[in-house]
Design a protein around this ligand. Structure first.
Ligand SMILES: Nc1ncnc2c1ncn2[C@@H]1O[C@@H]2COP(=O)(O)O[C@H]2[C@H]1O
Length: 361
């Protein structure tokens, strides 16, 4: 109980509003299964609230970047404050930590003549590393990058992105914008494509070849945390959070990557990616199977998740089907039946939130 009338009133207010909304929706839809309808209503409200909170939150790096969870040697990073363009000279004099050689190890081809830069974006200046909002670049400012390509190159990009979860939600126009903006880069075996701590200008998707990803440890050693092959992608964190590169990535064979510039990434890919990672964050933390994973590993799983709603009684998987989907129960329950030797269905499991089933048999 609270003695603060103001707080009590505001809770009551929200509660009444919620029930009024539910009642109105209920009268409109006249559902048969009242309990399920109410459960769906509240789940929907919860999901909306999560998204809203994500949007309102200023996305302070220390709260949201996966590195904030002390998995990394963050103390080696030098944080910068966002500066106005007018401050360029001051930054250049004072800021030796983010010199051009500490950017991604690629110079890119000159910008295509068809690319119109917004007034507040200068590609030749260093990117301030700051706790800037995660708000995506607004589409009206979006300078469309068009790097000419052969049909064969376009085909290869479409193949690579077609196998990558981050691109699955794109519509035709967005896919075309992504294909147009990508730039092919050859990488020699042993080349460092991303250096931990450097400023990041590009997001990469692997066309062919292999890469290892290392994170610097407190004792100065490097630990391999993952590797990439064709259709894998990396380099999104620095662009999403305006943060220094969180890991070092080295080619382990002669490779080809597609480099996507910061503006195109932020405009087309970032919002969906960050919303999904945020939305599934607390759910994935509660899944026993995933408890031992690091935050970033859970975020990669979030990239691959899609919410699917099932009506009560609807069959999710039929015994004997070829399994090609892995399911995690985000909300609700599921019963598992198996035919016994007499051909009679027997209930063998009762799954709740966080349980998993399916996958390749
Ligand atoms: N455990 C990890 N922590 C942080 N980044 C990782 C990890 N594993 C892979 N990476 C990738 O390594 C990239 C390094 O550059 P970014 O920080 O831009 O984005 C990072 C991720 O795409």
């Amino acid at each position: 109980m609270t003695t603060d009338n103001q707080v009590t009133f505001s809770f009551a207010d929200e509660y009444t509003q919620l029930l009024t909304d539910l009642h109105n929706d209920y009268c409109r839809d006249e559902p048969k299964d009242v309990l399920q309808y109410c459960a769906d209503f509240f789940n929907r409200k919860l999901a909306e609230q999560r998204i809203q909170l994500r949007d309102q939150h200023a996305f302070d790096f220390t709260d949201n970047h996966p590195l904030a969870n002390a998995e990394h040697d963050t103390h080696t990073f030098q944080w910068q404050t966002a500066q106005d363009d007018d401050d360029d000279d001051a930054i250049d004099e004072d800021d030796d930590d983010f010199d051009d050689e500490e950017r991604d190890n690629f110079s890119t081809a000159p910008l295509s003549s068809s690319m119109m830069m917004p007034t507040n974006y200068r590609r030749d200046r260093r990117t301030s590393v700051s706790a800037e909002s995660i708000a995506p670049t607004h589409s009206q400012d979006f300078p469309k990058t068009v790097i000419p390509k052969t049909p064969e190159q376009c085909e290869r990009i479409r193949f690579s992105v077609g196998n990558n979860f981050l691109f699955k939600h794109l519509d035709e126009e967005q896919s075309q914008d992504v294909v147009n903006a990508m730039e092919e880069k050859q990488v020699n075996q042993g080349d460092t494509i991303i250096e931990q701590g450097a400023v990041g200008d590009f997001f990469y998707i692997v066309d062919s070849g292999t890469f290892d990803c290392f994170i610097r440890q407190a004792d100065g050693s490097s630990k391999k945390v993952t590797s990439y092959e064709a259709s894998g992608s990396f380099g999104e964190l620095a662009l999403m959070y305006n943060a220094p590169r969180a890991a070092t990535i080295v080619a382990t064979s002669p490779s080809i990557v597609w480099a996507l510039d910061r503006v195109t990434f932020r405009t087309i890919l970032m919002e969906h990616t960050s919303r999904k990672r945020k939305m599934y964050e607390s759910f994935l933390e509660d899944v026993p199977l995933l408890k031992s994973l690091k935050t970033y590993e859970r975020q990669k799983i979030a990239d691959a998740l899609e919410s699917i709603y099932f009506e009560p009684g609807q069959v999710v998987i039929q015994q004997g089907d070829i399994g090609d989907q892995f399911y995690l129960i985000e909300a609700g329950e599921a019963l598992v039946y198996k035919l016994d030797e007499n051909g009679v269905q027997q209930q063998v499991h009762h799954y709740h939130r966080g349980a998993y089933f399916g996958g390749k048999c």
